[in-house]
Design a protein around this ligand. Structure first.
Ligand SMILES: Nc1ncnc2c1ncn2[C@@H]1O[C@H](COP(=O)(O)OP(=O)(O)OP(=O)(O)O)[C@@H](O)[C@H]1O
Length: 325
């Protein structure tokens, strides 16, 4: 009988060809690359992002090169430097740089035919770690929705076909094929919360709830569905509130709906994710805005939200203090 891993690969149907596999050289993306290359010979490309973050990065690239030669898969390598990103964790900076690099590689590799689909090796354990990490940070619904199996990002379709497959099953499949992989030493580093979740929490959760992968996945699915409804409501509300938002129209909405539409406006129009505290402050200011003279000038994300007449504006640099009210 086919393993869960094989069934997941068999059920995976990307919308566009050729297909790029995000290939770190780790166990999961090695299995994913080998399985995709076997299922769709000649139609798979490997994308490797050289993070330059650790001394071993050159060795990772070299490993990916020899693995791709062995599998007969073309490899595209892109170097990024995520070290200078400020105000975010090293993992978040590396992830952001990685998605931008995928878009660059897809553009640069047009000779092969436009690449619009990238597939990643995240599996069920990664999903549970993401959910627990979100809970540990007090995340709201967007965080609890964890990673989607399919999403669009930077103009690419991003797929995660292994989200229902346990990490151990991926490694089992790989071990049976004598395909080597690299172990990233930072995966063992207990300074990273995600690694502590993996080594300490997951074994305990498994003991308490043996079915946790599928039950947590159901919760993630409920959160994702509810988040989708909130996004749809926010898009509707933004139509009536306007972009930039009109304060009086905002005030006619409930506080929860104001929060939803403002978060949506800041994210969609400016790529700016407000913290919960910043959003609460902004809502207080919107409520207090009953007179023409009430000034709003708040740090939100990497910029500022400011009142200009009847509207709210967002700037990514400090606006001039001579704002007319
Ligand atoms: N440097 C990279 N270059 C290309 N793709 C990457 C890179 N790092 C991660 N990915 C993609 O993102 C997925 C999840 O990343 P994560 O950091 O959890 O994996 P990893 O432990 O580095 O490697 P793996 O998941 O392959 O064991 C990988 O399976 C892979 O598809």
């Amino acid at each position: 009988m086919n393993s869960t891993f094989e069934r997941a690969i068999a059920a995976f149907e990307p919308a566009h060809w050729p297909l790029a596999v995000g290939f770190s050289g780790g166990a999961d993306s090695t299995a994913l690359l080998a399985a995709c290359a076997a299922r769709w010979p000649g139609q798979v490309v490997a994308f490797h992002v050289h993070h330059g973050l650790q001394a071993a990065a050159d060795g990772f690239e070299q490993h990916c090169r020899s693995m791709c030669e062995r599998l007969g898969v073309p490899l595209v390598v892109h170097r990024v430097d995520a070290r200078h990103a400020t105000g975010e964790s090293p993992e978040d900076a590396a992830r952001r740089a990685r998605y931008a690099a995928f878009a660059e590689m897809a553009r640069a590799d047009e000779a092969r035919g436009a690449i619009r689909s990238v597939v990643l090796g995240h599996h069920a354990d990664d999903q549970v770690e993401t959910l627990l990490l979100a809970l540990s940070r007090g995340a709201g619904l967007p965080g609890l929705a964890a990673m989607p199996a399919h999403a669009q990002r930077n103009g690419l379709d991003i797929y995660r076909p292994l989200l229902a497959v346990a990490g151990a099953e991926v490694r089992e499949w790989l071990a049976g094929r004598e395909l080597p992989w690299i172990e990233d030493p930072t995966n063992e580093d207990a300074r990273y919360t995600r690694n502590r979740i993996r080594s300490v929490l997951l074994p305990a959760v498994e003991q308490a709830f043996p079915q946790f992968r599928s039950t947590f996945a159901r919760s993630v699915g409920h959160a994702a569905q509810a988040q989708q409804l909130l996004n749809e409501l926010a898009a509707q509300d933004l139509e009536s509130v306007g972009s930039p938002p009109r304060i009086a129209t905002l005030q006619a909405l409930s506080r929860a709906r104001q929060a939803n539409v403002l978060r949506h406006w800041l994210m969609r129009s400016h790529g700016c994710g407000p913290s919960a505290a910043q959003l609460e402050q902004l809502l207080d200011q919107v409520r207090a805005c009953t007179t023409r003279g009430h000034r709003i000038h708040l740090k939100v994300g990497a910029g500022f939200v400011e009142r200009r007449g009847d509207l709210l504006h967002w700037y990514n640099v400090a606006p001039s203090p001579k704002t007319s009210l």
